[in-house]
Write a protein that binds this ligand. Structure first.
Ligand code: ADP
Length: 254
């Protein structure tokens, strides 16, 4: 069966003055997958995401999201997507429950703050202010808030940057859970271990071009088939395994 395309990007170009940050990229995201945009800093990942999110103007190209054309119907697209707010967007004097209720009101959606906080291991923080949360808790909360308008697609821009290994693993589980509920996820990261674990398919972006796109498995197989070998035999474990073995998988900040 043909999978439904949730996002179609064709020949997307973005210029900032004389500088072309995105150079005619095309890709598709299918319903129910976790799709990764991978690449070094400055590759054009955030620019691409923000254009699809209707937050930035494109220079040229065609974009449709769940069948809605970005040029013709940005309002319809806004309604079916969930976007992580920048940290500064959380009113400092409101606690987590009040923030969720506020967003629910803005989206005109009934919300159950307790249920949402529980799903993201934040039930103990219901009465806490956003600024009092740890890094991992802030990330969990901001992902939780992307779900308030019951979106079909959520966009996560480097969701695990700065988190400790336990918090990263916990967030990976939560993101997989969001997919399991039927939500399509588009994520940017420059952590390849994260992409390998999370992404069904990914595009590798470099200097505004997509230079490879496939499942992580297929990309690795292709490299190996081309004769690539790691320079030295890999040990049975790495330092992160040591760290997790010694300190456990339990979240420290919940
Ligand atoms: P990434 O998310 O992959 O790190 P970005 O999309 O943030 O990359 O940036 C891509 C390129 O565009 C970078 O060289 C960046 O400096 C440039 N850029 C991003 N935003 C602007 C802007 N508002 N004005 C000018 N240049 C920008």
């Amino acid at each position: 069966m043909e999978r439904k395309k949730m996002i179609e990007v064709k020949n997307l170009v973005k210029k900032y003055g004389d500088f072309t940050a995105v150079k005619g990229i095309s890709f598709e995201v299918f319903e129910g997958e976790i799709f990764g945009l991978l690449g070094p800093n400055g590759a054009g990942k955030s620019t691409t995401l923000e254009i699809i999110e209707t937050l930035r103007e494109k220079t040229s190209g065609e974009i449709t999201v769940d069948g809605f054309n970005l040029d013709e119907n940005p309002a319809a697209i806004k309604k079916i997507i969930g976007v992580q707010l920048q940290t500064a967007g959380y009113y400092p004097n409101l606690n987590l429950v009040e923030l969720i209720e506020l967003f629910g009101g803005l989206y005109n959606q009934p919300v159950n703050p307790k249920e949402l906080l529980e799903a993201f291991n934040l039930e103990d923080k219901a009465k806490a202010k956003f600024k009092a949360l740890s890094g991992g808790q802030k990330q969990r909360f901001s992902i939780a808030t992307t779900l308030i308008n019951k979106p079909k697609i959520i966009f996560l821009d480097e969701p695990t940057t700065g988190l400790d290994p336990q918090a990263r693993r916990n967030l990976w589980d939560l993101i997989k859970e969001v997919r399991a509920q039927g939500t399509t996820v588009v994520i940017t990261t420059h952590y390849m271990d994260e992409a390998e674990i999370l992404c069904d398919r990914c595009a590798i972006v470099d200097s505004g071009n997509i230079i490879a796109m496939d499942s992580p498995d297929a990309l690795i197989d292709k490299l190996v088939a081309g004769g690539f070998e790691r320079p030295k035999p890999v040990k049975q474990a790495n330092l992160e395994d040591v760290f997790i073995h010694l300190t456990g998988k339990e979240l420290r900040d919940s």
